[in-house]
Design a protein around this ligand. Sequence first.
Ligand code: HEM
Length: 131
Amino acid sequence: MATEAPALSPYDRIGGREVLRRITDRFYDLMDTDPAYAELRAMHAPDLSPMREALAGFLSGWCGGPRGWFEANPGKCMMSMHKPFPITRQTATQWADCMSRAIADAAPEDTEVADAMAQVLGQMAKGMARD
Ligand code: HEM
């Protein structure tokens, strides 16, 4: 009987830690330098390096890879965690747009999983807006 190879996780398909780190770094570089994201940038602390670690760690576990961020933050929910921030449709759209550009610029080979990731993260970000 032929056995099917197990399906790869989104983490493996996107290119693992290296590509997720590339996406995260590009995301914060764009946020930091492109005036299109000025309002979003202003909501964050001056030093973005802790965010580079945190977002890369979150995305790793979220995509089915190593779960260090989730183990260090037991029970932390991304949607609830963002409730204290005054997120508007404008800043949520900036987040979604910046992430979609970062994913495209990181150029993962598997464009199907890359597009799906940009789509779902964009929907999550827009779901955080409260205006
Ligand atoms: C899918 C959407 C999003 C994801 C996956 C995400 C991810 C994260 C992560 C991992 C952290 C750090 C949490 C920690 O280490 O405790 C964080 C913090 C933060 N996020 Fe998001 N985020 C999203 C959407 C947004 C949106 C739409 C905004 C604003 C428009 C936003 C603004 C912030 C701010 C202001 C912080 C705190 C930053 C700081 O302390 O400097 N996030 N986010």
